[in-house]
Design a protein around this ligand. Structure first.
Ligand SMILES: [Zn+2]
Length: 397
């Protein structure tokens, strides 16, 4: 279903097209861009078929087989997957201004910088997010100094509620939530109090909290009890202590209860302590699938483990998730998490024309978890270009 605004935009687009056809009765419809003959996979409408996509005025106008009409620009997508633009809800893309354009070239048309900075230097990540080509928002780290080697909130005084609130007040339009990193090496024994303070900040603005779980001192159920609907648990495949699954292979009842009340569970690939193949396998086998995929991407992660969003998606193909679900986690599901992405993650008529082109290659591909365990997969997705707001973006080289 289109919401009201999408409906009116789509209706307005259709009216323009009708007018055009009336004026030039003999000439076919004219579009800004057509993405031709790709395998279009859009889980938001359960579509997987060879289709053309017509774009005008920065929005999707039609998705049809053998679309008639002219366009100022055409992308030949034969042999490629054409999917809604990827939405990465856990990155560190806003650490540097090169970050957002680099991940855009991988097909990421929307991103969240998840807590790179706290109150002291939030202006830096806010400035990068503001100048990013694609929609980008930041989560403020409850630790005022952001991510630091000695542990963001090892000193509990760094979890400063008043400073975080003031920072949000100054940047209401770009700060989309609060990040609480809770591992033993980040928060030590302060984990519960750090999360309590993060909620204190977030709830005064009606914003979500994202927790970085895994290897905490407090038991996970105690931490989950502080999460409200719309909050996000990232690093869901983190190995013990305090994993989401017990030794007998059962998902903790508190984890199931959290999901039931609307808490999202996110991958957060990363490079340290977040992903181990055997845990991921056991969790998936127990039927507990991720809501969203995310990379924990940074410019440094381009050369090890994470590489890019399509590579992270490929790991879940290897683990046995079907392609349409893998794409759904990266698009329509991710669009539900933060306000800025509402109406995105889909190729429905009227939606912003954000598209990722991917190449699904067959072969033997090695994937590494965060513990240097290697696995071979038979398929890997590669970036093959993108469209952002109707404009063509070149693929990463
Ligand atoms: Zn992170």
């Amino acid at each position: 279903m289109l919401n009201r605004r999408e409906f009116f935009t789509a209706a307005a687009g259709a009216a323009v097209l009708l007018r055009n056809t009336k004026t030039f009765t003999a000439s076919p419809a004219k579009y800004d861009l057509i993405v031709k003959c790709g395998r279009v996979i859009d889980p938001s409408v359960k579509l997987d078929a060879i289709r053309d996509i017509a774009i005008a005025g920065g929005r999707i106008v039609a998705v049809e087989a053998n679309l008639a009409g002219d366009a100022s620009d055409t992308i030949d997508a034969r042999g490629k997957l054409v999917v809604p633009g990827l939405i990465d809800i856990h990155t560190h893309a806003a650490r540097t201004k090169e970050g957002p354009p680099l991940c855009l070239a991988d097909g990421v048309t929307g991103f969240i910088d998840a807590g790179s900075q706290g109150a002291d230097h939030i202006a830096d990540t806010v400035a990068v997010a503001k100048s990013a080509p694609q929609p980008g928002r930041v989560l403020i780290n409850i630790g005022r100094a952001g991510v630091i080697p000695e542990g963001d909130t090892m000193d509990i005084n760094r979890a400063d509620v008043a400073l975080a609130r003031a920072a949000i007040m100054r940047n209401r339009e770009i700060i989309a939530g609060v990040k609480a990193r809770l591992s033993n090496n980040v928060a030590g024994a302060n984990d519960y109090e750090v999360l309590r303070r993060a909620q204190d900040v977030a709830s005064s603005f009606n914003l979500p909290v994202m927790i970085h779980m895994g290897q905490t001192i407090s038991p996970l159920p105690k931490l989950l009890a502080l999460l409200k609907p719309g909050d996000i648990v990232t690093h869901m495949f983190a190995p013990p202590p305090n994993s989401i699954i017990d030794d007998a292979g059962r998902i903790l009842p508190e984890v199931l209860a959290a999901r039931k009340r609307g808490v999202w569970f996110d991958v957060g690939n990363g490079r340290n302590g977040h992903l181990r193949w055997d845990i991921a396998e056991r969790v998936l086998k127990a039927g507990f699938l991720p809501d969203t995929f995310s990379t924990d991407w940074s410019v440094e992660a381009r050369t090890s483990q994470v590489i890019n969003f399509p590579n992270v998606m490929s790991k879940f193909l290897m683990l046995g998730m079907p392609l349409d679900q893998v794409i759904g986690c990266s698009t329509v599901n991710a669009a539900r998490t933060f306000q800025v992405f509402r109406g995105r993650g889909t190729l429905k008529a009227g939606a912003p024309a954000d598209i990722a082109l991917l190449e699904l290659r067959e072969g033997i591909f090695e994937f590494v978890d965060n513990y240097e365990n290697k696995r071979n997969g038979r398929q890997r997705l590669f970036p093959a270009g993108a469209v952002l707001g109707g404009k063509r973006i070149a693929a990463a080289s």
